[in-house]
Design a protein around this ligand. Sequence first.
Ligand SMILES: [Zn+2]
Length: 180
Amino acid sequence: MQCPYCGHHDSRVIDSREVNDGIRRRRQCLSCESRFTTYERLQPASLFVIKKDNRREEFNRAKLLTGLRKACEKRPLPAGIIDKLADDIEAALYQLGKAEIPSTTIGDLVMEKLKSLDHIAYIRFASVYREFADITMLKQVVDSLVTGESELPPQAGQLSLLTPEELAGVTKIRNKRSPK
Ligand SMILES: [Zn+2]
């Protein structure tokens, strides 16, 4: 580790501690005695995504973020939550320990995360990812959310999933196909 002040190649570690997903080391140059900090971060091997047409593409975090941002657009979510979501999904993918992952695995993971975060974002993502052909498919997803919710009340600390207006909108969709 080269000293950023004098360029000397030897330093001693005076403190090291784990931070988030790496190790932070406080170092002191053995020549000029300046102190500086280094971060060690695990660099995973590259991960490839197998697309529906069987082509391989290197995993692209920016692309994942774009998809998440689109689904969560204008939703009342806390700042930073989308980046955190991308972090979680990325970490989960690397934890699978595989060099290649089907794109459906990523899509399913995103669905799972969005479902517990925000139902509107979930439906938006699902409609693109599952390529809803018509309102029937959308209705099925909405119905599964509504019935799931009545069985399982939201856990303490979970974000409120639907505002009353949105709930009304969902109900409208549900009733659209059933004649009065
Ligand atoms: Zn130095």
